[in-house]
Design a binder for this molecule. Structure first.
Ligand SMILES: Nc1ncnc2c1ncn2[C@@H]1O[C@H](COP(=O)(O)OP(=O)(O)OP(=O)(O)O)[C@@H](O)[C@H]1O
Length: 655
């Protein structure tokens, strides 16, 4: 506690109560000054509790007869209608809540409205923005906040927002202005006290923001571009009721300043329900209600479903609209009930009326000159208006370096393991001799080095990319940067990690006593670097192309198969027909054979024989011949893996 705070006189009961009431009033729906169409009284500024800048452009979204059908994989599976002829509208200055039982189609509708129809689904119907057909890039113009918070744990709130401001705002905006708008955003999302705290990960080693702060930070990332419409999937899930209220309060302020806010929500507490302007109730993909949230209770009363006194309307709606599967008769009854609601909404034309009202409001606003003809299309957040490729690459590299530097545990464990392996190898193979035992030990040590590098490069790479994959998909969906910029930044950011491999290899090389020629030592390092890059590339392909569980299972399995074909367990000349191609994509084989050629390809490499009548390899050439290591190509193979990795990254992150 600060000295000033300690010295402050405590408030008396009356004052505490008065302040509390004032705070409640600022978060209620009644604090807004908007007309029925949501446009504000004739251009007069709209006053709200928050302080977000009044949005210059507005988005009136209207949709008619929306059908969304999916075709599940599998021959005999029939298609399924997820959304069944929905009509409605979302208005500027309004928070619209999409509610309904689980599986009723809320998230599907949110995706469809924001222009993110997942692959494999077919959409029909009409969606308009400010009275015109929605543009193809609408999804990149509006904010879509996913339920899952996709944030970099090692960045602070300020760094996270600043990075997105630099990536997404026009390069012509001076950095000072970007910094000011970020500071404003931080203040308005109530994140000032955690401005410089790392975001952290829930349940992770590094704790950071609280659940509510993370949610608000997640929203802020999308708000940096100042979009006119915001779509949120379950913005309050997993929060306690106070944190949920704070998040909704921030959304309320965003809407109050001219934005259209549409969110799905489960069972909001009554004070949160009171913040909704519009409510859309869905049941099994059909409309049960759309209109003013405050009118919903009255509407259900006209259908003879009266919300009991002292009951949260949200709970009441969920109760009456949910299917009850506890017995056949209950299921039949609840089905009849939800069918009744859908029939009533259709026969009264609730959806159509909402859409028509929105069209009329837009027409009126245009007539009154409230729309600027040039600006009316959608939002100020134009896609492609952000940083250029070089800046994207620079900013992403900086982010990757920062995260890596701060991952003290991860880096510490890597360095520790490299030192342990180096000591182990030094203890076992130190001062290797020039006899037949020495030949065997050199081969064994070189193969172990290859294996160690393969595992220690590929597996962390899988973990790293798997952790970032969803963040990258999210960032790419909103057009933040190009895949190539991300991929190259990762490549560059991974390079410092090779330094601990350098230390490991140098220690082992000189302690074990490999060929002392400095050129061969440098070759050795080069081969090691190539192997690490190829292994990282494999890790990246797996992580971007497969779900994390599958990637973690396939990664080691792939290395195990490569070990088998690596050159020591199976002679290249005895690989069965049809399996030879494995050796050609096997980076362990290439690395091991190259290391052997480097070590034994020296004409001076001669070895004494034991004289016991056993096999004798008198020189390096005999060793290479025995293992069929005459033809070595490391660089093309590394390149091939990198290209493969690039395709994998594109496939995995561009959905
Ligand atoms: N691509 C798809 N293929 C098959 N079924 C799908 C697909 N997308 C959605 N569904 C199904 O459509 C229904 C509606 O899904 P949606 O996620 O929109 O519901 P929701 O109301 O958001 O549910 P929840 O509240 O549980 O998140 C669900 O039964 C879901 O399984």
């Amino acid at each position: 506690m600060t000295a000033a705070a300690r010295d402050e006189a405590p408030m008396d009961a009356e004052e505490v109560h008065r302040v509390w009431l004032a705070e409640q009033a600022t978060t209620s729906r009644g604090s807004m000054d908007v007309d029925a169409n949501g446009y504000g009284p004739k251009g007069a500024p709209i006053t709200v509790a928050g302080g977000f800048a009044q949005h210059k452009q507005t988005v009136t979204l209207a949709w008619r007869d929306l059908w969304y059908t999916v075709y599940p994989a599998g021959r005999d599976k029939p298609s399924r209608d997820i959304l069944k002829g929905l009509s409605g509208a979302a208005l500027p200055h309004h928070v619209m809540a999409l509610m309904g039982p689980t599986g009723s189609g809320k998230t599907s509708l949110l995706n469809v409205l924001s222009g993110r129809v997942p692959a494999g689904g077919i959409l029909s119907g009409e969606v308009t923005v400010n009275g015109q057909a929605r543009s193809e890039d609408f999804n990149e113009r509006v904010a879509y906040v996913m339920q899952e918070e996709l944030l970099f744990a090692f960045l602070t709130v300020h760094e996270t927002f600043m990075l997105h401001a630099r990536l997404r705002l026009p390069p012509s905006t001076p950095d000072k202005e970007k910094a000011e708008s970020v500071d404003r955003l931080i203040a308005e999302l109530g994140l000032k006290n955690v401005r410089d705290s790392p975001v952290g990960s829930p349940g992770g080693f590094r704790r950071g923001l609280s659940g509510g702060e993370r949610k608000r930070c997640n929203i802020g990332v999308e708000m940096v571009r100042d979009p006119a419409a915001i779509f949120l999937d379950e913005p309050t899930s997993g929060l306690d009721s106070f944190q949920a209220q704070n998040v909704m309060s921030a959304l309320r302020d965003l809407a109050g300043n001219g934005r259209s806010v549409v969110c799905t929500i489960h069972q909001p507490r009554s004070s949160i329900f009171a913040m909704f302007d519009q409510l859309m109730l869905l049941t099994d993909g059909r409309l049960a209600f759309i209109g003013d949230a405050s009118a919903a209770v009255g509407y259900f009363e006209t259908l003879m479903f009266k919300c009991p006194t002292l009951t949260n309307p949200a709970d009441f709606f969920m109760d009456v609209m949910s299917m009850d599967f506890r017995s056949e008769s209950r299921e039949g009854n609840s089905r009849s009930r939800v069918d009744f609601f859908a029939r009533e909404a259709a026969s009264r034309g609730l959806g159509e009326a909402a859409a028509s009202k929105a069209f009329e409001a837009v027409a009126l606003a245009k007539k009154q000159g409230a729309f600027d003809a040039e600006k009316e299309e959608t939002t100020s957040a134009k896609p492609g208006g952000g940083a250029g490729w070089a800046t994207q690459f620079y900013l992403l590299s900086q982010r990757a370096h920062k995260c890596q530097r701060r991952d003290v545990v991860g880096v510490g464990v890597t360095v520790f393991l490299d030192v342990v392996y180096a000591l182990l190898l030094a203890a076992l193979y130190r001062g290797v001799g020039d006899d037949q035992e020495g030949v065997q030990n050199r081969l064994g040590c070189l193969f172990f080095i290859c294996l160690n590098l393969a595992y220690s490069s590929a597996l962390p790479s899988i973990n790293l990319f798997a952790a970032e994959k969803n963040i990258v998909i999210r960032e790419q969906a909103s057009g933040a940067y190009a895949t190539s910029a991300y991929y190259l930044s990762k490549l560059v950011a991974e390079l410092p990690k090779l330094s601990s491999k350098f230390v490991f290899c140098t220690l082992v090389y000189w302690i074990v006593g490999f060929n002392p020629d400095p050129t061969r030592y440098l070759n050795f390092l080069l081969i090691v670097v190539c192997e690490c890059l190829a292994a990282q590339a494999i890790g990246m392909v797996m992580a971007t192309g497969l779900p994390i569980g599958a990637a973690l299972a396939f990664g080691p399995a792939c290395i195990t198969v490569f070990t088998l074909f690596g050159g020591i367990y199976l002679n290249m000349d005895s690989i069965p027909l049809g399996a030879g191609w494995i050796a050609y994509v096997d980076f362990i084989y290439y690395a091991f054979s190259a290391l052997c050629a480097n070590e034994f390809g020296d004409a001076d490499a001669t070895f004494t024989c034991d004289g016991d009548g056993g096999r004798c390899l008198p020189d390096g050439a005999a060793v290479l011949e025995l293992y069929s290591f005459e033809d070595i190509r490391v660089a093309p193979q590394v390149l091939a893996w990198r290209l493969c990795c690039w395709s994998g990254a594109r496939a995995g992150t561009c959905r």
